[in-house]
Write a protein that binds this ligand. Structure first.
Ligand code: HEM
Length: 151
């Protein structure tokens, strides 16, 4: 992302995040409206999850110019998500829900800002999916280690 794109995302995030839990609660509302099948994977009471989600997003927005530093922790988060039942395609729904939430809450919005947000969210999701893939590869290796030779 260019420094200007990062500045624009940070500014709109600052406006949206001024009221705690506003972004997270809107995000989950949007997500469960477009993907109601995901609701049972989450706890009934979302209060503490909303806090974790907002902390994660805040950390990423702060580090948009140094995303490599967060890659490993996002990969770990993605590996955990496999065990919570998240499938790769669910991340598309999550990205769109997060865009819809920011769009609804940001005082100003335009096509370019939306594109910057989409890029920023994709930069979160890609390492999460990498982590999910590594998790699967580790299980494949563990299983293969106990497997007799085939050929
Ligand atoms: C932008 C992408 C996403 C981000 C940044 C994100 C972030 C997080 C964070 C920070 C937590 C809390 C982790 C903890 O408590 O240690 C969490 C939990 C969770 N996430 Fe995500 N998530 C994303 C996408 C998804 C998707 C696509 C699903 C699809 C099912 C999902 C399902 C869950 C579930 C089920 C939990 C655990 C709830 C529980 O505590 O039982 N997340 N997520």
């Amino acid at each position: 992302m260019t420094p200007e794109a990062i500045r624009q995302v940070r500014t709109s995030y600052g406006e949206v995040a001024a009221r705690p839990r506003q972004l997270a609660s809107r995000f989950y509302e949007e997500l469960f409206t477009t993907a109601p099948n995901l609701r049972p994977l989450f706890p009934g009471d979302l209060t503490s999850l909303q806090g974790h989600f907002e902390a994660a997003i805040a950390l990423v927005i702060r580090n948009l110019d140094e995303m490599r530093a967060l890659r490993e922790s996002l990969q770990k988060l993605g590996a955990q998500h496999v065990h919570w039942g998240a499938r790769p395609e669910d991340y598309v729904a999550a990205r769109e829900a997060l865009i819809a939430a920011v769009r609804a809450l940001a005082p100003e919005w335009n096509g370019r800002l939306e594109q910057h947000w989409r890029t920023a969210i994709t930069a979160i999701i890609v390492p999460m999916l990498e982590g999910a893939a590594v998790d699967a590869a580790v299980w494949a290796e563990r299983l293969a280690a106990g497997m007799p030779e085939i050929d």
